[in-house]
Write a new protein. Structure first.
Lengths: 257, 379
């Protein structure tokens, strides 16, 4: 972990693995080193994983309100690290940030993986594309996130105060950035056609938040995107099916054409 | 000491609580019968006017998508009272300005009511309770900042009279602020802010606005008032802070006998016991500071929520959130909190709630006004 100051914001950047660079953008729950998927991908890629502003140990400033603010920050991060082009994997909320970033500098993205991404509104104004996470009981949310929620349920009694602080701050920052328009940027669909790199939309078959129809409509906004569904996983396939997840992601990143 | 009659204008005619998840935000409005609702609105307006006749002032508030307080546009209710009442001060406590997109519209509403009532408006502003977030689709993060910026804009709109001026803040922007009418009172109606934390009170004290609390009891209120007094003095306003800067809120019911008072007070407790709200509405992310959130995850509970689990009239009196009894007893109860918190200039009486019927409410108001209120004069 290293703190890098970007536009006056201290960002906590984790690096691991070796190989060509890969920017990993975490979801609403934040980033923690340790899970198997990081080791599996790290065997083939140098992973650069910043904690978004307001998440983990990263700072936050007053002017930041939307995910495109975060994307601008990460373009500066890539400048700072001297990386002209790289692969990007964004999960959930991080997929939204990745999509924003890719529209800003399409040439910077070699290949793009969006795992159950938010970011666009594809359906009718009369219905939510994504269930309202802020108006749903926690017991229902965890079933949308995981096939086996009991394996991933946080237990405050076993967490340190610092861990609780980070969890609560992550939730707060997610609300700040995702609140309105809810989990989407109305302008993003009109910018995604510029993202011409090969793009993979990856979704767990049991995802209760990001539906198959939403994923298909989202992918159709990019000229060179395909979709893959992973069985026995919900919204967080990298945690529930790390081997299948990494195999799919790496085979996409390593393929030609 | 001024006393204010306050009712949340609840719609209490609900199905059994076990049949719904939440009395706020998501309770379907099919449970609201507009015919009964109309009767209730007229009844509550009558009660405020009767309180005025008895010498009390008038207070109302605003909540959204809830049966506990069917007053989602409090300035509308207050505008009726501005016309129908004649002498009472009219306190709206308050405008939930962290959740209003147009502060200038709020300034216009306040100015209109002030003019119609010929200068009787007391303009209160609140951040809004957590359950107001969803109905307003309002971001729970940075609410305090929005509240204070909105208030600055409103005060600017109320106090400038020489044509259009601008305000470009973090959250709110107008390039041509020039409200008509301007307020009746100069420089503006008295401003009240409600808060339940000492940190919030420090900001109110610094600016010298009137500090209201809401069912914060003996110790909670003392901490808030102490913080207010310190900030008031630190801002260079002198050592003698007038008591009219502070307002204490409690459920109040006076009876001829203790038994009669307790029977009425028992019905008032509906206000705390009916507040069934699930955590995703009661604790939106970012509403409380992270440190407070950690304490809650470690088992800390809001004092009022803890009280509601085993609410009794005796317990409420002991906690300082209720005054109930014979006139003498109620005077003593008020005296006890008054001395404990260092005095206050306003008593905000929740004199009606839940199943307390009209005749019972009227009896309580009259007994308070005639037998208790005179004893509070000169405090």
């Amino acid at each position: 972990m290293a703190i890098i100051s970007l536009a006056g914001v201290d960002i906590d950047v984790w690096e691991g693995g070796s190989g060509p660079p890969l920017l990993f953008l975490h979801g609403a729950g934040g980033f923690r080193p340790g899970p198997a998927y990081l080791d599996l991908i790290g065997k083939h890629r140098r992973i650069i994983a910043p904690s978004h502003p307001g998440w983990g140990l990263s700072g936050l400033t007053d002017w930041m309100t939307r995910p495109d603010d975060i994307a601008h920050l990460y373009l500066e991060l890539l400048d700072r690290l001297g990386i002209p082009q790289l692969d990007i994997v964004g999960t959930s909320f991080g997929g939204w940030v990745a999509a924003e970033l890719a529209t800003m500098q399409p040439q910077r993205v070699r290949r793009l993986v969006l795992v159950a991404p938010a970011g666009v509104k594809t359906g009718s104004r009369e219905e939510l594309d994504i269930p309202d996470m802020f108006a749903t009981p926690a017991a229902d949310i965890e079933k949308m996130l995981y096939v086996e929620p009991e394996k991933f349920r946080p237990d405050p009694a076993k967490m340190t105060d610092e861990e609780l602080r980070i969890m609560l701050r992550n939730r707060e920052s997610f609300a700040l950035f995702a609140w309105e328009p809810y989990l989407h940027n109305p302008k993003l669909p009109h910018r995604l056609h510029r993202v011409t790199c090969p793009t993979l939309f990856l979704r767990g078959a049991h995802d209760g938040l990001i539906s198959a129809a939403y994923t298909e409509r989202y992918a159709a906004l990019l000229p060179n995107a395909r979709t893959v569904t992973l069985p026995n996983a919900a919204h967080v396939p990298q945690m529930e099916q790390p081997e299948a997840f990494c195999e799919t992601v790496l085979s996409f990143l390593n393929s030609e054409g | 000491m001024r006393a204010w009659h306050f009712s949340e204008t609840a719609y209490h005619l609900l199905p059994p609580a076990e049949t719904y998840d939440s009395i706020r935000v998501s309770l379907p409005n099919k449970h609201y019968d507009p015919a009964k609702g109309a009767d209730l609105y007229h009844r509550f307006l009558d009660e405020w006017l009767l309180a005025e006749d008895e010498g009390l002032d008038i207070m109302l508030n605003e909540h959204h998508q809830t049966a506990t307080c069917v007053d989602p546009a409090a300035p509308l209710m207050l505008s009726i009272l501005a016309r129908q009442s004649h002498k009472a001060r009219l306190l709206i406590l308050g405008n939930p300005i962290a959740n209003r997109n147009q502060p200038i519209r709020v300034a216009e509403e306040m100015a209109m009511i002030d003019v119609i009532s010929r200068g009787r408006l007391e303009a209160g502003f609140v951040r809004g309770v957590p359950y107001e977030i969803s109905p307003a689709n309002s971001n729970p993060v940075r609410m305090n900042e929005r509240q204070w910026e909105a208030l600055d804009m409103i005060v600017k709109a109320l106090t400038h009279h020489d044509g259009p001026m601008s305000f470009e803040g973090r959250f709110f922007h107008n390039r041509a602020i020039n409200i008509w009418p301007r307020p009746y009172q100069t420089p503006h109606p008295p401003i009240w802010i409600s808060t339940t934390s000492p940190a919030g009170a420090a900001r109110v004290g610094e600016r010298g606005y009137i500090q209201a609390t809401f069912l914060t009891g003996f110790d909670g209120t003392k901490a808030i008032f102490d913080s207010y007094r310190s900030a008031w003095k630190a801002a260079g306003r002198g050592d003698d802070m007038p008591l009219d800067r502070l307002a204490y809120a409690a459920m109040v019911y006076v009876g001829e006998t203790e038994a009669e008072a307790y029977a009425g007070a028992e019905k008032l407790l509906w206000y705390v016991t009916s507040n069934k709200v699930p955590p995703h509405f009661a604790q939106p992310p970012g509403y409380v500071p992270v440190e407070a959130g950690v304490k809650m995850l470690r088992g800390a509970e809001h004092p009022l929520s803890a009280f509601a689990k085993a609410a009794t009239v005796e317990g409420a009196i002991k906690a300082g959130i209720m005054m109930a009894g014979t006139p003498d007893q109620v005077v003593q109860q008020i005296k006890a909190v008054y001395d404990h918190v260092g005095g206050f200039g306003h008593l905000l009486n929740m004199g009606q709630a839940g199943f307390l019927e009209h005749d019972e409410t009227v009896r309580g108001i009259k007994l308070f006004a005639r037998e208790v209120y005179p004893a509070l004069q000169g405090w």
